[in-house]
Design a protein around this ligand. Structure first.
Ligand code: BGC
Ligand code: NOJ
Length: 831
């Protein structure tokens, strides 16, 4: 069953009912100001950092679902009131539609002959959310309605905001000036920053105190001010500050009016010192604010006034919307496929790339499953996210690489996470996830292949954010590579540390004391658990490092690295393969994990993917055998489960993985992230049919058909779908912020459709279903455009028989870099 449809022409998903199986959200903003917005306008906004600069309040895990806060509108018409986005009033609408597009959301709702369409977006280079509200009187009578706006301010630090009430209830400060409501509560540092909510029309009333607006015992569904049709003009003093305007609108039959609301954020930095300024600078270089003689906080409103003036007219707003559209059209045109399969086209050309931008921006911080206060930027996560984003805005990828590498530790390991605002490694979480450093190498090689910018290797980059420890980025890669081989276990396989990619496989972290948490207790033994997955990653990514060293002329290092990689392949085949598939690990006692010998968890997906991508067992059929085992043991109609059989009880020596009920999350859930590794592995061994079949099992455009089972947004990937052992088999959780986005983009764009950036050009190496006849790709690469037609007359999966570039045949399968900024016609014949 579907709850909407794709409008590919407009690059939108159109939701036709407010009661989707779960809130289906979108993201606004892609630079510094971000918002989450659901299909009924729930969600919140923040500036740069969802924890430290939260602008509006949102209650996670609230009841009813998605009524934890939003930018809400209410229409009041002669004793009746409703919300055009359905929530929060939840009065029946004659018509409802939500269009989630690229960086904007449009919600339309009609009742009593009044149709209201609200377009929400964050303009480019703008620290605010703009709402264009269009109201049409579709009836034959004159209508005198009142429009009430509403949002609730968060007191900046979202964690404090939801915990420290003894303080918060006394700090709230607002100021109302004309049609602008300023939120100027200060956080402890007394920064000179503020948020505002404005409308470009005179208001007949306002409210800024929540209780006055709602009534002490009423909710967002029934605010007393709206029910009465009359604002209280309340000025918040402590408690919970909000912003609500009331605009009176008179409409002749068929007449329409348009308004512009702006939710903005402004901060005054030291150089913007102004006359009231008496403060000092806080840790972020922001001015501490000044305090007026009566003890109230004085803010410099100049920035807000400029921001409001910029979008004072609907014309300016429409222009900004066009610019946003143009921006996205350009970004998305860098990789474009035309095939016989509409679902494939819309995934590749629109939604997968869009999700890659969102994951690049937000890592694992803020979604409807990540609270914005739990996690910031992940080292492994962000490096992987970059793989699906680097072709879009390489400069931002470059900056991110340096940020990430700056948190690397001098021993080559890495802080597992950092907070986006401070960009400093998170001490509480620390490091010791031994896969982390390798992802940096993968990100850097992907960046250089995309851009040809070898200079990045020379950038002097701190370790542990300490400038005095700075070394060229190439040194970071070397230490990352060495970190693996300097930490080998008894079988010569890499030590796993706290965990590798699978955060929940905690083989050194056990305690026999049931009172203790598995995450904080370390092994009482030697911590010698080893990871075959890291070994596989090392053969794949270590070789990338060796090739890069060769490219930059460091032959000695390249040869050394290659030797280590080949050695690791031998070790894997000797100690890491058992029966018909790759083992997953050895635990701290030297026992096999992911072996037929095990009672449960006999086979795991991760090592199969990476060992094959790392060319282990390619020549003796073992790779193929491992992938056959994957299909047989892990395959389901909704995708591949992570391990099998699922753990049915808690095993202290396995850690968190066995704490999940069978079929959920890392315990035999369908982890969409690593399904992509199997697609890549199948492509490596040339089985395009299987690779593509796995692709279609989890790609949202294909799962849209059964949205009632899947339940999450049919336009973006979720991290996990409940596996075959789960009662809710096929149901997804944790949409949006997942490495699934970038890896599936890598799998489809590079491994299956086969357009791979390489140091010396674009490699053409498809692995497609044999029944495909032809498809076309346009790819922007280092300033040139390639228009590539791939034909498959012999119905093969893999193998380039002929490559013709600009009417000239080229040897091999690499399209050279021309660097002339022109379009080049490429014809590829498979066979
Ligand atoms: C989840 C993992 C996640 C980790 C983050 C675990 O509870 O199962 O998927 O990576 O938390 O800390
Ligand atoms: C989600 C985390 O963000 C990611 O880093 C991890 O690899 C997977 N879960 C698997 O545990």
């Amino acid at each position: 069953m579907k709850f909407g449809f794709f409008d590919d022409l407009n690059k939108e998903y159109v939701i036709t009912t407010p009661e989707t199986p779960y809130p289906w959200i979108n993201y606004l903003g892609s630079q510094a100001f971000f918002s989450l917005i659901s299909n009924t306008a729930g969600g919140y906004s923040f500036y740069k950092d969802a924890k430290l600069r939260r602008i509006t309040r949102f209650r996670y895990n609230n009841v009813p679902l998605d009524l934890g806060g939003g930018r809400y509108y209410y229409l009041y018409d002669n004793g009746d009131f409703w919300s055009p986005g359905f929530a929060p009033a939840k009065k029946e609408l004659e018509y409802y539609e939500c269009r989630h597009g690229m960086g904007y959301t449009k919600i339309t709702g009609r009742r009593n002959g009044i149709e209201t369409k609200i377009t929400f977006f964050v303009p480019l280079d703008y620290n605010g959310e703009v709402h264009k509200v269009s109201i049409v009187n579709t009836s034959n009578q004159v209508k005198n309605v009142k429009l009430f706006s509403f949002l609730e301010w968060c007191l900046w630090n979202a964690q404090e905001d939801s915990t420290n009430f003894q303080r918060n209830f006394s700090t709230g400060e607002v100021e109302v000036k004309g049609s602008v409501i300023y939120h100027k509560t200060e956080y402890k540092e007394r920064r000179d920053h503020y948020a505002f909510f404005s409308v470009n029309a005179p208001i007949s009333g306002f409210d800024s105190d929540r209780e006055s607006f709602l009534g002490t015992y009423h909710g967002f569904d029934n605010p007393q001010v709206v029910a009465r049709g009359e604002s209280n003009n309340s000025v918040a003093d402590g408690w919970s500050p909000i912003a609500s305007h009331c605009v009176e609108i008179s409409l002749q039959p068929k007449e329409s009016k348009e308004l512009v609301f702006i939710l903005g954020y402004a901060e005054n930095k030291l150089e913007e010192k102004w006359e009231y300024q008496v403060g000092e600078v806080d840790t972020d270089g922001l001015l501490l604010s000044s305090v007026a003689p009566n003890g109230t906080n004085v803010i410099n409103k100049k920035k807000a006034e400029e921001m409001i003036a910029k979008y004072a007219t609907v014309k300016a707003v429409d222009q900004a919307l066009l610019e946003l559209k143009d921006y996205w059209d350009k970004l998305l045109s860098k990789y474009n496929v035309k095939s016989h399969d509409d679902k494939l086209n819309r995934m590749v050309n629109i939604w997968n790339q869009y999700q890659c931008m969102v994951t690049f921006n937000l890592s694992r911080s803020a979604s409807y499953f990540e609270s914005g206060i739990g996690r910031g930027m992940g080292f492994r996560d962000s490096n992987q996210d970059l793989l699906g984003f680097v072709h879009q805005i390489p400069d931002r990828a470059r900056e991110r690489i340096i940020d990430l590498a700056s948190t690397q530790l001098p021993d080559g390991g890495a802080y597992h996470q950092y907070q986006p605002l401070t960009k400093k490694g998170n001490d509480e979480i620390g490091g010791n996830f031994n896969d982390d450093p390798l992802w940096l190498i993968l990100a850097v090689t992907a960046y250089i292949k995309e851009t040809g910018d070898y200079d990045i290797l020379e950038v002097n980059t701190p370790y542990d954010n300490k400038l005095e420890l700075a070394k060229p980025l190439s040194d970071h890669l070397k230490r990352a590579f060495n970190h693996v081989i300097e930490n080998l276990g008894p079988h010569g396989l890499p030590l796993i540390g706290r965990a590798d990619w699978n955060d929940c496989l905690n083989l050194n972290c056990f305690s026999m004391d049931p009172g203790e948490s598995f995450q904080t207790v370390t092994s009482k033994d030697g911590k010698v658990a080893e990871s075959v997955m890291i070994a596989g990653m090392f053969t794949y990514i270590g070789e990338e490092y060796a090739i890069l060293m060769d490219k930059v002329g460091n032959n000695e290092e390249s040869i050394r690295a290659m030797k280590e990689v080949e050695n690791m392949r031998d070790v894997i085949m000797k100690h890491g393969y058992d029966g018909s598939w790759f083992l997953r690990a050895y635990d701290d006692f030297g026992r096999k994990i992911g072996s037929d010998e095990c009672e449960e968890g006999k086979i795991f997906i991760e090592s199969q993917g990476f060992c094959v991508m790392g060319k282990c067992g390619l020549n003796d059929g073992k790779a193929q055998k491992a992938l056959d085992s994957v299909e047989k043991r892990l395959g389901t109609k909704f995708g591949l489960v992570l391990n099998n059989p699922a753990f049915t009880r808690y095993y202290v020596e396995y850690g968190e993985i066995s704490t999940y009920p069978a079929g959920y999350k890392e315990n035999a859930g369908i982890f969409c992230h690593n399904n992509a590794w199997i697609m890549c592995a199948e492509a490596v061994i040339g089985r395009g049919d299987k690779a593509f079949d796995y692709y279609t099992k989890i790609a949202p455009a294909y799962t849209e058909e059964y949205s009632e089972i899947h339940r999450l947004e049919p336009y973006v990937y979720a991290q996990m779908v409940a596996g075959k052992d789960a009662r809710r088999f096929g149901e997804a959780k944790n949409s949006w912020l997942t490495g699934t986005a970038s890896w599936n983009f890598v799998a489809i764009s590079q491994y299956i459709l086969g357009i791979k950036p390489e140091y010396d050009g674009l490699m053409i190496d498809p692995a497609i279903p044999t029944d495909w006849e032809v498809y076309q790709i346009t790819r922007e690469f280092r300033g040139d455009r390639y228009d590539i037609t791939i034909v498959n007359p012999y119905h093969v999966s893999k193998g380039v028989k002929k490559l013709v570039v600009d009417a000239k045949e080229v040897e091999g399968n690499i399209i050279p870099v021309f660097g002339d900024g022109l379009e080049h016609k490429v014809k590829v014949i498979l066979g």
